[in-house]
Design a protein around this ligand. Structure first.
Ligand SMILES: [Fe+2]
Length: 188
């Protein structure tokens, strides 16, 4: 990364849905990548496996695992459900458990699920203008409970890492489903 004193040109810019500028890494998560996270496995297996559930634009200004650096991303979750459960991100703890993260809402509306290592969980509404500080040792997942795309920003330490395996194995202790047109939190 070059550093020019007084250079006003940002390296990247974002709007409500996208990052652009320096090389941005794009990640796609399809139904086929997420079958294990939804409650209704039968429903996910009958869906188009290539259907995109969410996409992430990431900016990695330093190497992965660099101590003291930061990463930046924008995630877009499509509206939709698997059975009665809303589309959501895989969710993770950080591999380096004590690393925190910021999320902030850009468009749409949903719920941020937060869970500690004792599986105690709670939710926060994520929507345009909301800011969420996620402390270390807390797993995090975002659920799109709306009818439109939900997009949110994220900034996390470059040495945080992602532990997806713990969540794939045990899941979160709560899920968000739609019943009679309304969102409900159910316990596992
Ligand atoms: Fe994270």
């Amino acid at each position: 990364m070059d550093f020019k004193y007084g250079n006003p040109t940002p390296e990247i810019v974002f709007d409500a849905k996208n990052l652009s500028g320096k090389p941005i890494e794009k990640i796609e998560r399809k139904i086929m990548d997420l079958n294990m996270i939804f409650k209704d496995k039968g429903a996910s297996e009958t869906m188009d496996q290539n259907q995109i559930v969410y996409e992430v634009d990431c900016y990695f200004p330093v190497e992965n695992d660099t101590e003291g650096g930061l990463f930046f991303g924008i995630t877009r979750i499509k509206p939709g459900k698997v059975g009665d459960e809303y589309f959501m991100t895989k969710g993770h703890f950080h591999s380096n458990r004590d690393r925190g993260e910021f999320y902030w809402g850009l468009e749409g509306e949903g719920q941020l699920l937060l869970m500690d290592e004792k599986r105690r969980a709670r939710t926060e509404v994520i929507k345009k203008g909301s800011v969420h500080y996620i402390p270390g040792y807390i797993a995090h997942r975002v659920v799109n409970t709306g009818d439109t795309e939900l997009s949110f920003g994220a900034c996390w330490p470059s040495d945080a890492g992602h532990d997806y395996a713990s969540i794939e194995e045990k899941g979160f202790s709560i899920r968000i489903v739609q019943k009679n047109g309304e969102q409900h939190i159910i316990k596992e």
